[in-house]
Design a protein around this ligand. Structure first.
Ligand code: BES
Ligand code: MN
Ligand code: MN
Length: 462
């Protein structure tokens, strides 16, 4: 495969403009008010795949948002790569913390992106990274270099749990059959330290509700004599971790895969500066489970975090009141071989069992998914490694990530193939946060690297 660099240099401005127009559509899957925009985005992806040379591009209807599917089969005896990505984005709030409107993309230089970064919701997660694949496809088809078969499957519900995609995959195993799944929806260590994501954490997400008195009460008249749901909820949450930051739910760690000292020593070789880490997010020191390093805490160890908590009076001034109810949203990041449904049940049983007299507790499970690890001796991993070597000049480091793409474990179960995670974002790109951005250099480097993966994967599959 010839280097895509000259082609990219020639079409760079158009590649950026096309991504910018995609980023202008607020495809927020979590908010029904944006349903039309989500659907419109699917149409834009469909025509972009057609222009990039895919045959038989379709909008596949599901019980939820549509899945865009396209393929190009050049020879059934050649390998097939299935590309997955998502066109939905996270809600942009808190909107007042954005320096420019989330759906009006602008390019600005930053310390880590001296060539500029595109600021917009979804620029890195995942429209920008997904669109690299569309442009890489365009390069290979227009220059007559596509070396194998390709299938694209781009969904619109990743940020809300991929329920419809699960439904679609279970019903279309034949159509989706492939030799490897390729995803760019993760990150890398730094622009001069390429890495390949070899693991994703699982997830169990629950909402809890603590109810005390049947109405809000005067905190003087009743205070001290009744259980205050907010006091109770915060005590219950605090008891879920001990002084070593171990999670106290009985059975929580039973199935956790423990890494050997050799594996941990290997992980510790990845470049990491605790000082830079702290500085980048404005903290004095890190915090977490005793006896584990920061990189272990955020990748190979499970967690329990409150994502939101509310109840009572939060308006201006002071109101003396004991609220009738208190609520929290809690996420547990899971590792191999924890089962997310089992963990959800353990949480529910434990949380209800620690409720004191005077309140009732309800636990509502949301979505979840299994953790995933991919081996580094597969053809897919080796091909990805060579691809990075050819465009970055360095062999990439395997690295397990703390984030989750729950559908990946399901892909392996239903489609029986491994996933290769070639992410080109940086942790500092602020995905899910205000001022999300994606480096122009990263975007173009992705477009350059992806065709090399196609080449090596095809060559090594022979
Ligand atoms: N692309 C992210 C996941 C990710 C980001 C993994 C960076 C590794 C590195 C994905 O869109 C995401 O946000 N996933 C959610 C889970 C989902 C069920 C809402 C997450 O990790 O919180
Ligand atoms: Mn994503
Ligand atoms: Mn996301």
């Amino acid at each position: 495969m010839k280097s895509a660099k000259p082609y990219i240099a020639q079409h760079k401005d158009r590649f950026i403009d096309e991504l910018i127009s995609l980023l202008k559509i607020p495809s927020i899957s979590a908010d029904k008010a944006y349903a039309k925009d989500v659907i419109r985005t699917a149409d834009v992806i469909k025509s972009s795949l057609e222009k990039a040379g895919c045959d038989a591009v379709e909008i596949c209807e599901t019980p939820g948002y549509p899945i865009v599917y396209g393929e190009k089969i050049i020879d059934p005896t050649l390998p097939t790569i299935l590309v997955y990505g998502h066109y939905d984005v996270q809600p942009p709030d808190p909107i007042e913390l954005w320096d420019s409107p989330p759906f009006e993309p602008v390019i600005k230089k930053t310390e880590l992106h001296p060539q500029g970064a595109i600021f917009a919701r979804g620029s890195c997660d995942d429209k920008g990274q997904m669109y690299m694949h569309v442009k890489a496809m365009e390069y290979m088809t227009t220059t007559g270099q596509l070396p194998c078969n390709v299938k694209f499957m781009i969904e619109g519900e990743e940020e809300v749990g991929s329920e419809s995609l699960g439904w679609f995959v279970e019903r279309n195993q034949e159509k989706l059959s492939n030799d490897v799944i390729l995803i760019s929806d993760t990150g890398m260590i730094a622009n001069d330290i390429p890495s390949i994501t070899t693991g994703l954490r699982g997830l169990s997400y629950v909402e809890v509700e603590v109810t005390g008195p049947n109405r809000d009460l005067h905190s003087g008249l009743y205070g001290g004599a009744v259980a205050n749901p907010i006091n109770v909820l915060t005590k219950m949450i605090a008891s879920l971790t001990d002084e070593n930051n171990h999670i106290t739910i009985p059975g929580f760690y039973d199935d956790v895969e423990e890494l050997s000292e050799v594996e941990r020593a290997k992980m510790a070789q990845a470049p990491f500066s605790k000082e830079a880490y702290c500085k980048s997010i404005g903290i004095e020191d890190t915090y977490g489970e005793a006896t584990y390093t920061t990189n272990e805490r955020n990748s190979i160890r499970p967690t329990l975090d409150v994502n939101g908590i509310w109840g009572g009076y939060t308006g201006e001034g002071a109101k003396t009141v004991i609220a009738s109810q208190a609520f929290a949203k809690i996420s547990m990041r899971l590792v191999p071989d924890q089962d997310w449904k089992k963990i959800t049940t353990l949480f529910k049983d434990h949380f209800q069992s620690i409720a004191p007299k005077g309140v009732t507790v309800k636990v509502h499970p949301h979505h979840g998914g299994q953790a995933y690890v991919t081996p580094i001796d597969s053809i897919g991993y080796k091909a990805a490694s060579k691809a990075y070597k050819s465009t970055f000049g360095k062999t990439p480091i395997p690295q397990r990530s703390g984030g989750s793409i729950p559908i990946v474990a399901l892909f392996e179960k239903e489609l029986k193939s491994k996933t290769i995670l070639m992410g080109f974002g940086l942790d500092s790109d602020a995905i899910h946060s205000p001022n999300e951005h994606f480096g122009v250099w990263n975007y173009l480097k992705g477009i350059e690297t992806i065709p090399q993966f196609y080449h090596y994967f095809t060559q090594m599959s022979r």
